[in-house]
Design a binder for this molecule. Sequence first.
Ligand SMILES: Nc1ncnc2c1ncn2[C@@H]1O[C@H](COP(=O)(O)OP(=O)(O)OP(=O)(O)O)[C@@H](O)[C@H]1O
Ligand SMILES: [Mg+2]
Length: 357
Amino acid sequence: MVTEQQILDALRPIEDPEVHKSIVELNMVRSVDIQGDHVKVEVALTISGCPLRTVIENDVKKALLNVPGIRSAEVVLGTMTDEERAKFTSTLRGDRPEHQSPLLATDSKTEFIAVASGKGGVGKSTVTANLAVALARKGLRVGVIDADIYGFSIPNIFGLGDRKPTVVDNVIIPVGKEGVKIVSMGFFVPENSPVIWRGPMLGKMIRNFFNEVHWGDVDVMLLDLPPGTGDVALDIHQMLPKSKELLVTTPQSNASEVAVRAGLMAKRTNHEILGVIENMSYLECGKCGDRTYVFGQGGGARLAEALQVPLLQQIPLGVAANEGTGIFAAESSQGKAYAALADDVAERLGQTAASRK
Ligand SMILES: Nc1ncnc2c1ncn2[C@@H]1O[C@H](COP(=O)(O)OP(=O)(O)OP(=O)(O)O)[C@@H](O)[C@H]1O
Ligand SMILES: [Mg+2]
């Protein structure tokens, strides 16, 4: 006779396709009824119109039919009661006091990297997104927080279109793309609301990005900051005292000079600067490989020198692979530069895909 325990063990490896946790641990298996070689299992979904219901249904059925002694299986999908949903969300949150995110706990293994620049338009968001993808391609678990209240360009760079995160009882499930978990201010702020209203909301919002978001395990969290040394950058530095920083500049002197100020602020607040990334460094001829330094040369090196930190990478100019997004293909020269940058950054953090397993 098959036991309920055997059935639960068989279902344990099945994850909720959105939150990537076992449906058994999430208390989604409401009942198990075994009659000889027939089993009927009831699974409670968070919302009735759950778009992934057939995925869960098929996975459960397949697992049940794999249990020795079971010949037929029936899966009934239900919707969680308020009480069940409360249990589900508290499991997601890990029942921490005041819902403090495990990412912010003092023993958190997550490395935070704030990506900053002195000036706008140097490619800070493009660098954040492409570095995130390159780290994910290496096998690291990566999150991106788009904290640029003036821009929110991360959703566009990833080509998210109208995709918005799922919210279950105030727990936000990040949007996944290219192996990266993404949360953007842009998901929550109406596009045409004036920047002046966004400012005061931001500190609270960023706190919520940790406490109300189910991130799961994240090795590296990249934060796209607004340009300059404004309140947001300061807030982040205070909220994440261990966060490290990457500085993005272009080869022009004016860009690198203002970036020095952003870098000095990081230094003053005791945040380690991992290094400088020079973006739009040159245009490479597709035929002969000759490099044209469209915006001059030396900005990255000068910034690195001024702050006594390494110049990590120079990213050439180019058009992203997929029309309408800003993610470069792995085999493009930009993609290779990002792969090298990801190797370097991971090494500086002491993170390799192998070491986290
Ligand atoms: N290496 C590159 N080659 C060509 N275009 C690039 C490159 N990097 C960035 N761009 C383009 O430059 C523009 C500005 O980039 P991005 O939005 O990433 O900059 P930013 O510093 O985040 O700007 P903002 O201050 O508006 O937030 C975008 O149109 C982007 O596609
Ligand atoms: Mg930006």
